[in-house]
Design a protein. Structure first.
Length: 152
């Protein structure tokens, strides 16, 4: 029986501009998202969030500020291409973390550990909601609202 995959998502905030980090997926050009990744056996969601963020942005110059009060769920749409995920999981069960970036743009190295993103940029939460894939829009809106980055 397929289950929801445990997953941590991270809203990386630039405290100077109020913008958040998004990356363009290496496997789906034109598809942007915030850092996220699976929670491994014996990991806490918070530990996974820190590990995933370091792996995906190539630096540890951030501080976790808070997490969502609830889990967010989404189902994988039929067009998802990753058979490793689709054959084992129906979707993802996420806790989201708000992290404050404590470095400079030059500290990012998206190719340091793993190839998740081919490009990155800072965007306003409103813009992120506009450009994100449809099946994640409601989650992003809810997470941004819970963290006080969007008005209801």
């Amino acid at each position: 029986m397929k289950v929801f995959r445990k997953n941590s998502g991270i809203v990386l905030l630039n405290p100077e501009t109020g913008k958040v980090f998004i990356g363009e997926r290496f496997d789906t050009h034109g598809s942007w998202q915030m850092p996220q990744g699976g929670v491994e056996k014996n990991e806490s969601y918070k530990f996974a969030a820190k590990r995933e963020l370091r792996e995906e942005i190539g630096t540890a110059k951030f501080e976790i500020i808070k997490r969502t009060k609830q889990f967010y769920f989404y189902r994988f749409p039929k067009h998802i291409k990753n058979p490793l995920l689709k054959n084992k999981y129906v979707g993802q069960k996420q806790l989201w973390f708000l992290a404050k970036f404590k470095g400079k743009d030059e500290d990012f190295n998206i190719n340091k550990y793993q190839k998740e993103f081919i490009n990155w940029r800072w965007e306003t939460p409103e813009t992120v909601v506009d450009i994100i894939v449809d099946f994640k829009k409601e989650i992003y809106k809810s997470v941004f609202t819970e963290f006080g980055l969007l008005q209801e």
